[in-house]
Design a protein around this ligand. Structure first.
Ligand code: HEC
Ligand code: HEC
Ligand code: HEC
Ligand code: HEC
Length: 198
């Protein structure tokens, strides 16, 4: 399946290159087809280790982990009623920002993935099938080649924008501090050495 897709993408790229078309967006689309979503439990296996900073715990206690379950709250019901949305837990007008991989075709989603886990790691770091392996993860270059994305302000603003019914503005740096989940510096140095990149 993968090989067929790669071949198709490859020939499209050749055609476009001949026509002198900018290839950037085609690349981005090809990547999102080639890497599948695994769900937060796959990341949890390694990223709940205290030693590397327990990013899982920070996420689980933060706002994004409850993004889906909050769609059942009385406040969500009230917002939904105002917008004539019958069931916010099933309607794309809410799910598009309150879950990961909304609207992605089924072949891009592995059975370990659960929508009920809300806005998961892969909403910001990219679909993890191909980078969530130790030998890949310890190398930023290999991770990037396997579909790992480095999130920035634009990533946040795909959801934190005026289309959100509760939007109150968005201060990127303050928001980043609220969800900070760093890897301790000495561990970073150690793993980069292991990955051969320092
Ligand atoms: C464009 C993305 C987007 C859409 C669409 C969206 N939300 Fe949200 N929602 C957010 C974001 C981002 C937040 C965090 C607060 C903010 O900036 O709006 C949020 C927060 C919330 C909260 C938490 C309360 C709060 O004030 O923080 C509730 C409840 C909620 N949304 C319900 C809904 C419902 C119901 C719908 C569908 C009718 C919906 N949202 C559609 C992005 C979205
Ligand atoms: C809402 C977006 C978002 C979600 C969800 C998210 N992250 Fe991140 N993550 C970021 C951003 C942004 C950075 C870079 C922060 C910076 O530049 O200081 C980051 C950085 C990291 C880093 C590197 C930290 C460092 O010190 O270099 C790790 C590891 C990480 N995230 C793992 C995870 C895991 C595992 C999950 C899920 C349990 C997760 N993230 C969920 C946005 C997110
Ligand atoms: C896929 C959509 C999505 C993306 C991408 C996203 N967020 Fe959110 N974010 C939400 C939703 C939905 C909520 C509300 C969750 C709730 O309270 O139920 C939220 C809530 C928050 C909150 C809690 C405060 C508030 O405004 O309610 C912070 C802080 C936050 N996000 C930071 C970030 C940062 C920083 C990034 C980018 C690195 C980011 N988010 C990317 C959907 C997203
Ligand atoms: C087999 C263990 C393992 C799994 C599974 C795993 N990671 Fe990692 N990850 C690591 C290790 C080890 C590092 C290196 C820590 C460091 O030095 O930044 C890392 C680093 C990262 C970084 C920082 C990368 C950078 O270039 O700075 C992010 C972000 C990240 N992981 C996200 C994820 C996400 C999201 C998932 C799930 C889709 C995941 N990881 C699954 C072990 C794992």
């Amino acid at each position: 399946m993968k090989r067929v897709r790669q071949a198709v993408v490859g020939s499209v790229l050749l055609l476009l290159a001949g026509a002198g078309v900018v290839l950037e967006s085609v690349h981005a689309q090809a990547d999102s087809v080639l890497h599948r979503y695994v769900g937060v439990e796959t990341c949890e296996v390694c990223h709940s280790a205290k030693r590397i900073g327990d990013q899982f715990d920070v996420w689980a206690k933060g706002p994004h982990a409850r993004a889906y379950t909050d769609l059942s709250s009385p406040q969500a019901q009230a917002i939904a009623a105002r917008l004539h949305v019958a069931d916010p837990t099933r309607d794309g007008r809410c799910l598009s920002c309150h879950v990961t991989a909304y609207g992605k075709p089924l072949p891009e989603i592995l059975s370990t993935f659960r929508r009920t886990d809300g806005v998961q790691c892969e909403s910001c770091h990219g679909p993890g099938e191909d980078y969530s392996h130790f030998s890949v993860m310890i190398s930023p270059a290999k991770s990037a080649a396997a579909g790992h994305l480095t999130p920035d302000e634009a990533t946040c603003k795909t959801c934190h924008n005026p289309s959100s019914p509760t939007y109150r503005g968005f201060d990127y740096h303050a928001a980043l501090r609220e969800i900070a989940h760093p890897v301790p510096a000495e561990i970073k140095k150690e793993t980069l050495e292991l990955g051969g990149e320092r």
